[in-house]
Structure formats: structure tokens, C-alpha cells
Design a protein around this ligand. Structure first.
Ligand code: IPM
Ligand code: MN
Length: 354
């Protein structure tokens, strides 16, 4: 029987509750499709940091590299200054494990409410491929005369040919395999960011020449924001840099029903990838069993797809869709009509006999 080694980082706040339900569904899928998932829980997060005084122990990255994938809950603790855990765990792992793709499906499931008037599941169904290791996130820059009236703060966007090209290549390939319209939209700002997006645009067309089956499309970031609201149906796969990708995937999460459902993958196609619900740790709901676990369950589905268990992944998604269409009242915490664990049970039950 095929077996996968999965590192689980439940993290903070409601992370552990979400992860618990994600694992419940993953185990049901493994059972049905006859593979094994060996979970190893790791304690990293806010509590660990407050107790040990370090975000990750020495050797943590090397240890994580030994796993087939990482299943993450949520990072963020009210007693830890914002930035420490995000930088020390989430961004650190993305960089150290070279997870150069952030993959974020924006798919409205039947039965889920979107704030977009007159739009439904047929119109809201696209995927954002976000570059995940460069751009403004690279941490290049610094201060001059900090704290004085003459202070200067510089934060540079780093775009390497290698980094841009591998991201584009992934996006073209992803579009070939999964795109419904076989259309890849580059999201940039070529009219103002005339260096960074000049590189992106040239590489886009050069790599794109190897994919004659994919239609190449371009739009500026501001126009994309407009069209994601007005005409989301025009999008199939969108590829963009780290910062723009961060912004439009929150917009995407909102039009697909909110943080209760949005999931993402931090992918290194040749290494260890990490899957997560994209919402935060929602600490005020901790332990109440009212938070929506569907985002974590969907992240689990993405992990199965990535591991090559495609049939199982498809059935997880179908089960979530079925439950959304027939049972869930609202995606909001406390408004689902069910508790956190009941939602996990519903999806697992559907998966079991569905
Ligand atoms: C995300 C998050 C992170 C990011 C934060 C928590 C550092 O917003 O995964 O989109 O900016 O990438
Ligand atoms: Mn974000």
C-alpha cells in the first residue's frame, strides 16, 4: 500500500480544530482509496514561540524536508507581535523549502453565497498562480537615518529570470492540464513597473511560445481587481508576482464565499509542499467548535492532488460541494447550522458512501 509521510503543524487559535477535521476527511479518503497517510504532529506556532523563545528549532527545516507534504493549520497568536510568526514560520518555510508557487483556486461551490450580484458557480471558477519566493517578499531593502525626519525606507521587488520563468512555466503547464478555457492571464503593471514587468512580460511570451495550445492574455493588476468583481468568468488561470498575488487572492477568497472555504498550496514541484487554509487563526473562536473547517478540508484535497492521489482529491472536492449544496447554511463561524466537528463528519460521511 502506498504511504505518505505528512507533517502536521496545527498552529494557533482555531488552527488545531480545522486541522483535526481536515485529517478526519483525509483519513476517510485514504481508507476508501487504499493508501496510507502517516501524520507527524509538530508543535510550532505562537505557544511554542512564547515557551521556547524561538520560532523554529535548529534543524526544523531539514526535518521537514523528509516529509512528502506539510499540512498547516493557522499561524497567529494574540500575545505575539504581528510579523514574528508570519516571517519566522510561514514565509521562512516557503523560502527555505523553495515553495516557489502559491496555488489558489477561486471556485464558488453550489449553495455558497457570493457577494457578487448575478454571479454563480459557472462564473466564478479560476485559479491564481502566485510567485511565492521573490518580489517584494524577498526582504531586500533597508533604512537610512531611521527615526529621524530624514528617514528613508527602501523595499525592493526582486524579480529573477529564473524565478519568474519557473513560475510562468508552472502556470502554463497547470493551464494545459487543468484550464477550462486554456487561457493564461498575466497580471502585472507594465505601464508603471517598467523593469519588473518588462521581464515578466518577455518571459511570458518566450515560455508561452512553447505552449501554442494556451491563449496568452494580459491585464494590469488594477484592471484585474475590477474584472474579478465585474466579469470573473473571463478568467481561467491567472499568473502574477508575490505581492499582487497576495492581494488578488484575498479578493478571490471573498468572491468564492470567504475565508471559511479558501485554501491554498505552497508548492515546490520537486520538494516538500505545504497546504493551508488561507484564513487566519481566528483566536477569538478557539475551542468553541464553531469555526468552519471546510478551508482546511479543501487544503487537504489539494494535498492529495499534489501527492498524485487524484481520484481521492476529486472525491474530497465533490463531497465538500455536495455538503455545501445540501447542508451548510452559511460559511460563517457559528452560522453553519452545524458545529466544526459535525461539518467534518458530514464531509467524511459523504466521502465514505458517496
Ligand atoms: C498569505 C498571507 C501571508 C502572505 C502572510 C500571513 C505573511 O497573507 O498567505 O496570503 O502575505 O503571503
Ligand atoms: Mn494573503
Amino acid at each position: 500500500m502506498k504511504a505518505y509521510k505528512i507533517a502536521v503543524i496545527p498552529g494557533d487559535g482555531t488552527g488545531p480544530e480545522m486541522v483535526r477535521e481536515g485529517i478526519k476527511v483525509l483519513e476517510t479518503a485514504a481508507d476508501r482509496f487504499a493508501f496510507r497517510l502517516d501524520f507527524t504532529h509538530l508543535p510550532y506556532g505562537g505557544e511554542y514561540y512564547l515557551e521556547k523563545g524561538e520560532v523554529l528549532p535548529e534543524g526544523a527545516v531539514e526535518e521537514l524536508k523528509q516529509f512528502d507534504a506539510i499540512f498547516l493549520g493557522a499561524i497567529g497568536h494574540p500575545d505575539v507581535k504581528p510579523g514574528i510568526l508570519e516571517k519566522g514560520i510561514l514565509l521562512n518555510l516557503r523560502f527555505a523549502l523553495d515553495q516557489y508557487i502559491n496555488l489558489r483556486p477561486v471556485k464558488l461551490f453550489p449553495g455558497i453565497e457570493t457577494p457578487l450580484k448575478d454571479k454563480g458557480p459557472a462564473e466564478i471558477d479560476f485559479v491564481v498562480v502566485r510567485e511565492n519566493t521573490e518580489g517584494l517578499y524577498a526582504g531586500s531593502g533597508g533604512f537610512l537615518r531611521r527615526g529621524t525626519p530624514h528617514e528613508v525606507a527602501v523595499q525592493e521587488s526582486i524579480n529573477t529570470r529564473l524565478g519568474v520563468e519557473r513560475c510562468l512555466r508552472y502556470a502554463f503547464q497547470y493551464c494545459r492540464e487543468h484550464g477550462k478555457q486554456k487561457k493564461l492571464t498575466l497580471c502585472g503593471k507594465t505601464n508603471v513597473l517598467t523593469y519588473a514587468f518588462d521581464l515578466w512580460e518577455r518571459a511570458f511570451h518566450e515560455v508561452g511560445a512553447e505552449y501554442p495550445d494556451i491563449t496568452r492574455d494580459y491585464a494590469h493588476i488594477d484592471a484585474i481587481c475590477m474584472w474579478m468583481v465585474k466579469n470573473p468568468e473571463q478568467f481561467d488561470i491567472i499568473v502574477t508576482d508575490n505581492m499582487f498575488g497576495d492581494i488578488i487572492t484575498d479578493l478571490g477568497a471573498m468572491i468564492q464565499g470567504g475565508m471559511g472555504i479558501a485554501a491554498g498550496g505552497n508548492i515546490n514541484p520537486a520538494g516538500t509542499s505545504m497546504f493551508e487554509p488561507i484564513g487566519g487563526s481566528a483566536p477569538r473562536y478557539t475551542g468553541q467548535n464553531i469555526i468552519n473547517p471546510l478551508a482546511s478540508i479543501c487544503a487537504g484535497g489539494m494535498m492529495l492532488e499534489h501527492l498524485g492521489e487524484k481520484e481521492a482529491a476529486a472525491v474530497v472536492e465533490q463531497s465538500v460541494m455536495e455538503i455545501c449544496a445540501t447542508r451548510i447554511k452559511s460559511l460563517g463561524a457559528g452560522r453553519m447550522g452545524y458545529s466544526t466537528s459535525e461539518v467534518g463528519d458530514l464531509v467524511a460521511g459523504e466521502l465514505h458512501h458517496g
